[in-house]
Ligand binder design. Structure first.
Ligand code: C2E
Ligand code: CA
Ligand code: CA
Length: 658
């Protein structure tokens, strides 16, 4: 006997807690339940003021109807109770009306709403119970209409919380039924049937409405959740991060809870993605997210805010020493390799940290500052963390200015090219020139291409700059004698689209220059980063007759076998090896090995950065073909190059004449 009773009590308790499982709604987990409850209560709250005014009006109307009867005193007492309670609820709701509706609601609010509904239901139930029998016929009609009216209005306004609706309807229904039974009328059986039918319809309506609103609300929450989640890793996305930062800032404002924002960036993700495919890249990102999560506390939040960029909100980690613990834990976790497609891959991570409130109290400011710290961590050597400081801020601001100036310099054609001679190592005769971009900024003076080229790549203007370099280099070179070639540096990003082909093709035909006089210099990173598209582009270029040179050889990480399989004509040994060839045995060995291999493959070897006669002599002995460096010529503007070419032609003629 105790069991069913316990079960029923448990069901009522569930209902009190806003559970609608018994009405066919599958209930979400706790966090969503709190939100659902808030939605249910806010729907009821919308009707509360109107309903309370209706109660007060009805109480007055009834008092008027019973005023001239013997129960006037009791009716006044009843009206007093109803008006007092309804006014209390009206004023309470009014006090809250201006405030934004809370997004989560504790369970006791539903309990309170149910109790209030029960109290009003009981007061109304007293009406037919105490006054119906003694009321004159007209007043009986008023009482009955009011009871039925209140049944409907109450059900309507409380429908989103079925338990509250039931708490209101039950006493009123019983007491109305009692009144009908008491009636001295031939129609009472009919009236009773009507009442039962109304009851049924009303309760069905309540349940259907409650279930439907709950389902709709849950679906809305779920789609909202989806909109702020990164589907790959299950972390928050950028929008989700901003929402959570807003909440963290609100907590900071209200309770003074500081927090830390970490920006994390993977080192070497692109290589995994390009070498092992996107599926491997995705797998890595998922594992990275899990590994970062394992270093955080449950309350901390993880977001993925870009391809391989993550952010963490470290709740209550507003002091540097607290943030250091988290950052070091993450760095340590990344010393272990990741298992990707059966292979063990090492991927590093760099971390930038900004603290709230000390570094800022706005979303964008904090993100920018953590990003500035990250930028500095990467600059200082990857696999580290750094905190935001004022100097970083200046650095970032300075970088922004430079970015803007670079954009406008490219747009306004403020750049020019210089050309550095490439000569035959054996004879010293001119064989061609390498085109090098130059930027003279009015305020800063000459900005080095090793600064502005990577910046142009990062801010997405390298295509535009690269296209201009191709056009300008071909235009200038077309004036030179036919035996001189022009070498053009191409950034790996220029190999993402076939645009380079079209631009070069147009420039060659416009200036009537054979493709065989053009060399394109690429680096290993081009081949690694854009391997598929790059190789097919390189093949087309070679079909046209364009020569492909591998620049800065020896500084990359690719395996020799991989590189030497590629469509290449030339290898340029990096200046770091050339300049140390006499002091560091390793450099000499590398040069010898490369020359030997290149011979076998029929590739030309150029040594760049030759600064002394001794270097030149060593490289000649090793069997290098071409030379480039300050020992011969520095890069020079186009008009100086014209003079140089003319002088060389003259001295050659003189030599021939002699
Ligand atoms: P790079 O392609 O390795 O170019 C050779 C660099 O070595 C040039 O520096 C050149 O001035 C310098 N150099 C030549 N001989 C010597 C020497 O004897 N000793 C020393 N210490 N240096 C020498 P620069 O002009 O500063 O260019 C730096 C880098 O910027 C270039 O390295 C290249 O990677 C990039 N770059 C320059 N122009 C362009 C361009 O139009 N497009 C692209 N994508 N990159 C460019
Ligand atoms: Ca080069
Ligand atoms: Ca080079």
């Amino acid at each position: 006997m105790a069991r069913p009773a316990n079960k029923a009590l448990a069901k009522i308790a569930d209902l009190l807690h806003g559970d609608l499982t018994m009405f066919g709604v599958s209930m979400p987990q706790k966090a969503l339940r709190d939100k659902l409850r808030a939605e249910q209560v806010s729907i009821v709250a919308r009707y509360t003021q109107g309903m309370m005014l209706a109660n007060i009006f009805n109480a007055c109307a009834l008092l008027a109807a019973l005023w001239s009867t013997p129960v006037r005193g009791e009716a006044t007492l009843w009206a007093f109770f109803l008006i007092t309670f309804a006014t209390f609820l009206y004023l309470k709701r009014r006090a809250n009306a201006g405030r934004p509706a809370p997004t989560v609601m504790p369970e006791r609010v539903v309990v309170l709403a149910t109790v209030n509904a029960a109290v009003i239901g009981l007061i109304w139930a007293a009406l037919p119970f105490f006054f119906f029998a003694s009321a004159p016929q007209g007043a009986q009609l008023v009482i009955l209409s009011m009871c039925v009216g209140m049944l409907f209005c109450g059900a309507l306004s409380l429908a989103s919380i079925p338990l509250a609706a039931t708490a209101f309807l039950t006493p009123l229904s019983f007491s109305t039924a009692f009144a009908i039974i008491e009636m001295n009328s031939a129609y009472r059986a009919l009236l009773a049937c009507l009442l039962i039918a109304y009851q049924y319809v009303v309760m069905r309506g309540v349940v259907t409405y409650a279930a439907q609103t709950a389902r709709k609300t849950i679906a809305q929450f779920e789609s909202d959740e989806l909109a702020i989640t990164d589907s790959l890793t299950g972390a928050l996305n950028r929008k989700g991060l901003r929402n959570q930062l807003a909440e963290a800032l609100a907590r900071l404002d209200r309770y003074g809870d500081g927090f830390a924002v970490f920006c994390l960036d993977l080192d070497g993700f692109k290589v995994v993605n390009d070498h092992h495919g996107h599926a491997a890249g995705d797998d890595l990102l998922r594992q990275v997210a899990d590994r970062v999560r394992s270093c955080m506390r449950d309350v901390d939040l993880l977001a993925r805010i870009g391809g391989d960029e993550f952010a963490v909100i470290g709740v209550q980690a507003s002091k540097p020493e607290q943030a250091i613990i988290v950052a070091e834990r993450v760095l340590k976790a990344f010393t272990a390799p990741f298992a990707i497609e059966g292979r063990q891959l090492h991927v590093g991570i760099s971390i930038g940290v900004a603290l709230a409130p000390s570094d800022g109290t706005d979303i964008d400011g904090l993100l920018e500052k953590a990003d500035a710290a990250l930028y500095n961590a990467k600059r200082g050597g990857k696999g580290t963390y750094d905190f935001f400081t004022r100097e970083h801020d200046d650095l970032v601001r300075e970088r922004r200015v430079l970015e803007a100036q670079l954009r406008s310099a490219i747009r306004n054609r403020e750049m020019h090219l210089e050309f550095q001679p490439i000569v035959s190592l054996a004879t010293g005769a001119l064989e061609g020139f390498e085109a090098l971009a130059r930027w003279n900024n009015p305020g800063r003076g000459a900005v080095s291409p090793s600064v502005f080229i990577p910046l142009a790549e990062e801010i997405g203007v390298i295509q535009e700059l690269g296209e201009w370099v191709v056009k300008e280099a071909v235009r200038v070179a077309s004036r030179w004698p036919e035996h001189l070639s022009v070498a053009i540096n191409a950034s790996s990003i220029q190999f993402r689209t076939p645009r380079l082909l079209a631009v070069l093709h147009d420039a060659l035909s416009q200036h009537n220059m054979p493709a065989g006089r053009v060399e394109i210099e690429i680096t290993e990173s081009t081949l690694i980063a854009e391997s598929e598209s790059a190789i097919s582009l390189l093949k087309t270029l070679r079909q046209w007759g364009v020569k492909i040179a591998l620049d800065d050889f020896g500084t990359g990480y690719s395996s020799l076998r991989y590189i030497l399989d590629l469509p290449l004509d030339k290898i340029k040994i990096d200046k770091s090896f050339v300049q140390t060839c006499l002091d560091r045995p390793v450099s000499g060995t590398l040069i010898r090995a490369v020359v030997c291999m290149a011979r076998d493959l029929g590739l030309i070897i150029t040594a760049e950065g030759i600064e002394t006669a001794a270097h030149a002599e060593f490289l000649l002995r090793q069997g290098c073909d071409q030379a480039q460096g300050f020992h011969y010529h520095r890069p020079a503007p186009a008009d100086e190059v014209d003079i140089l070419i003319a002088n060389e032609a003259k001295s050659r003629q003189e030599a021939r004449a002699a």
